[in-house]
Design a protein around this ligand. Sequence first.
Ligand code: FUL
Length: 473
Amino acid sequence: MKNLYFDYIIILAFSLFLSTELHAQQAMAPAGIQRDATHPTPEQVEYQRQEKIAFVHFGVNTYTNREWGTGDESPSIFNPKKFDADQWARVLSENGFQTLVLTAKHHDGFALWPSDYTEHDVGSSPWKNGNGDIVKEVAEACEKYGIKFGVYLSPWDMHESSYGTPEYNDFYLNQLEELLTNYGPIAEIWFDGAKGEGAKDMEYDFDAWWNMVRKLQPNAVIFSDEGPDVRWIGNEHGYAGETNWSTINRDSVSIGKPGQGQYLNRGEPQGPDWVPGECNTSIRPGWFYHQEEDDQVKPISDLMEIYYKSIGRNCTMMINIPPTPGGRFHANDVERLNEFTERVEAIFDDNLAAGRSVTGSGSDHSALTDGEWDTFWVADRGARSSTLTLTLAQPTRFNHIVLQEYIPLGQRIAEFKVLAKEENQWTQITEGTTIGHKRILKVEPVMTDQVRIVIEKSYGQAALNEIGIYNGE
Ligand code: FUL
């Protein structure tokens, strides 16, 4: 963390240097240097690099067997007798999750921490005789296992009587302040646009809320349909678009507006705002725990599909694991997470391109196979297409190609193809559009000692930091 800002300044300076040439090309574009907003902040880079994020839906719905509550639930139903935040954080850390986002308050308004601003909270429940604090225990368990902690604080609140009046904005701000000040560093905050049909009209003061986040937790990333730091990917299957830009135009989207899913799913090439996507989905059909879904935990094939369509498409993968009424992750969910981790490791542990030579246009080719994230190859000045040839030690079988753009410089590649040399002939094995932080392409198995990556179109000079070649199912 310490050197991140220094690194960022160097990167930004270099990026502006690279983009000078881009601006010279775009003679028709308005004068001026590239806006910083088209590049990630250090927090966004760190966010995108973590790849796997856990969501935890827990609250009164866990006890009523519902997905959306009513706001009329009695706090007396909330009593996780075997509550074990340590188990949550341990399981998540063993499975490579970097952040846990907890539903501190869902739409029913029940607060999982003792809030000074409502009685509809854990302080009025029988759990620990009203002296417990779920948010605190989860935050501490995350810290113990080196996982970052995030919160979901539902804007829509079915319990709070001020909802629908301007006072509600202050009520929300007060609750937000409690979460932002009493629980250590908050890495991510979820502002969910969902709202039931019968709900009162209400204009949320997002500006005031976000300003408070910036002031009290300047390193937190803010998630909503329109960012400002991380955007919803437009569906809840956990799938990003095959083309997925980290840039959008924030003016063309707004929170909770229907019909913008496709736009959010793909982003916009050269959009003015860097707002990478988060692919959220649940390991079960529901977000909250329901016993009848114990045998409906997503099979490995589904989790792998989500993996390829999220992490493999320049998106973070956010998986929800709902604790049981007892307060622990269910054994079926834990087992499936472990299997999933093993499967991913079996495929991606051994990069067959590591240390191999790359030749072609541009400079710093060795960066592409050195396993270092922050060294990178850059295309020739002025080039909008480039060809790179990777030579393997001997004819090698593989079925995955992984490409990574060096995102501190932005996202630039718009079209590429991959070829393999087979029987002295170059044959195309796959093609794609965007790359971004990471693009994973599964291909029919190939046997070759030479692979060629042809970047056919890029907005500005391309910069890649890694090429990976893998074999596994
Ligand atoms: C939605 C909510 O309505 C669901 O209950 C869930 O929390 C999901 C992640 O977001 O908007």
